[in-house]
Design a protein around this ligand. Structure first.
Ligand code: SF4
Ligand code: ZN
Ligand code: ZN
Length: 326
């Protein structure tokens, strides 16, 4: 095996686009430096801010938790971890345990929302009752809860573990479907909208999927290896992602140049969704119609919209927690 380009020890990985070999120590530092640079370049996190980390337990969100926990001491911000227990049998049990363990090791405050306790139903039961695909219901619930928790605790932003491969996949998918409006949301940071939508940040915006995997493996960090039983393999997203991977192998650096050109051109895409945004008439959180998707969903499954009930539930859950931060 080749030697590390920095220290000469045994290399564990070759970074094609940077044309260097790295040992595990320098690989770890390389990835952390990339995240640090993205935070600076895109103005993602300010000193003294409160950041809510959405952590499912998968490799990306666990890498996010580990890296931001380290950087929080340097940048002086306060991270909080949010885990949503979806109630999907063993998969959710394992995910929750892994997040609890990671939180113990990093000593960060943890907020767990258990769907069965909140709504009396798991994601699968909600899907069955509403007649909608489970992943679509899951997306509505997760997006709503992340935003609602961030708003209630007055967090400065919600951070998610989307990596460069995810972002590029979403951009290509929106482009193929000619949803140019949707493309404008795929940036490293989306600002806060009044008291209705918390800011969203993506600190792993420039990290490859393969890199988060290598990062957690070489640092012996536990993450959820099982796939959610509801995950489908033959989706447009998966096919696109596989092709992106092949493209990078054949043309190292193409993902970077794509994302940089994309961000340079971002103002040329229409931002029509901004004009359609309003506050939900039930819960006052962000919505593209008079009622938000979560209130519409719970109206179907429970006979009444549960947005306001959910916000109160979160308020109670947060009571007594030191979420005031700085
Ligand atoms: Fe939710 Fe679908 Fe992902 Fe499972 S695969 S966690 S149901 S979005
Ligand atoms: Zn080295
Ligand atoms: Zn609502």
């Amino acid at each position: 095996m080749a030697k590390c380009s920095i220290c000469g020890r045994k290399a564990i990985e070759k970074i094609e686009y940077a044309r260097k070999y790295l040992c595990s120590k320098h690989y770890t530092e390389f990835i952390e430096e990339k995240v640090r640079r993205s935070i600076r370049r895109y103005g993602l996190i300010k000193k003294g801010s409160k950041i809510l980390l959405a952590v499912s337990g998968g490799k990306d969100s666990i890498a996010l938790l580990t890296i931001l926990s380290k950087l929080s001491k340097e940048i002086h911000f306060k991270p909080y971890v949010l885990h949503i227990d979806l109630g999907i049998g063993k998969y959710s049990e394992v995910s929750r345990k892994i997040v609890e363990k990671a939180v113990q090791e990093t000593n960060l405050p943890l907020i767990i929302i258990e769907l069965k306790d909140l709504l009396g139903m798991s994601v699968l039961e909600l899907a069955k009752k509403s007649g909608r695909p489970s992943c679509s219901v899951c997306g509505i619930v997760k997006r709503y809860l992340m935003n609602a928790v961030a708003i209630e605790m007055k967090a400065d932003a919600v951070a998610t573990g989307h990596n460069l491969d995810d972002i590029m996949t979403f951009i290509l998918k929106e482009f193929l479907q000619q949803n140019l409006d949707g493309i404008t949301k795929l940036v490293p940071r989306i600002d806060k909208i009044n008291e209705a939508a918390a800011a969203k940040i993506r600190p792993l915006y420039e990290i490859f999927e393969k890199e988060t995997l290598t990062y957690v493996l070489i640092n012996n960090i536990e993450f959820v290896k099982e796939k959610c039983p509801e995950a489908r393999t033959n989706t447009l997203n998966n096919v696109l992602k596989n092709h992106i991977h092949i493209l990078e192998e054949k043309f190292p650096g193409i993902k970077y140049s794509f994302i940089r050109s994309f961000l340079r051109n971002i103002d040329k895409y229409p931002k029509l969704y901004m004009e359609k945004l309003m506050k939900c008439c039930i819960c006052s959180l962000i919505s593209s119609g008079t009622k938000c998707s979560y209130c519409k969903l719970t109206e179907k499954t429970h006979g009444e919209p549960l947005g306001m009930y959910t916000r109160n539930y979160i308020r109670k859950l947060l009571t007594g927690m030191d979420y005031q931060g700085y």
